[in-house]
Ligand binder design. Sequence first.
Ligand code: MG
Length: 302
Amino acid sequence: MQLFQFRLQGRVQLGLRFGQQTGRFGLNFTETLQAFQREALGREQPAIERMETFLDEYLDLNTVVQQVLAFFQNYHGKAELLLQEDPEILPPLQRPGKILCIGKNYVKHAEETGSKPPTAPVYFGKVADCIIGPNDTIHMPRDFGRVDPEIELAVVIGKPGFQVKQDQAMDLVAGYTILNDVTARDLQTKAKDTGHPWFASKNYATFCPLGPAITLKEYVHDPHDLEMVLAVNGEVRQEENTKQMIFSIPVLIETLSHQLPLRPGDIIATGTPHGISPLADGDVLELSIQGLGTLKNTVRAV
Ligand code: MG
């Protein structure tokens, strides 16, 4: 069960993909939800066109998605709700409240950067202005020196929580997607060496490819057992299983929410495995995580 955002005739809308029943290109979820509210609940409501709005309004996504799908099965105007062509897929979230990223959460990656594995989660932020979607172009400023991609499992928060304990933490999760934590490695090394923050090396417009969809957590067997592969021009550079994470998702949620409230739409990028390497102009990146799909982007030196 995957929710995505697409653009059709200039409008951003939500889509849903789930097996055969949602057709080849998916279901227009924005229109189906509105038809469900009107016909099944007797409520005229404005269309929900943004993932952030949907996450804010519905805390139990799987229940509402199942209700809407059941309605769709018997709806007389069913055919009109199926997408008839391959839509332009946008990032599944464009204005999340925050993007919290974990550094050095895989032992071999910590080692390849010359660091010891941390004893508590290390984190930093990326801002929403860096987000791009599937098939968009990553811009690599020539004066930045080395720029690396980093494949990461991204957790999408669906329920608010502050100072949440590990045993309650997974209740906050709505689903998962793929995030590429693009990093200006030379700038980061210089920042580390001089004791300055990493911010500039992690935040350049286009440095946060995200997508292609949010897979609801109920349809991910175990987020701590997913194969992930990053290929550049078809050559595998990073390949690891999320079971190698040092700090699990509940530990990350407990740590981050101790300091900041987590809210629907917030993203936690859980860290990248070993195999980091520099990008070049014209590279084609494909980031795949088991059950979540593939996030593809090209690179352009600017
Ligand atoms: Mg990273």
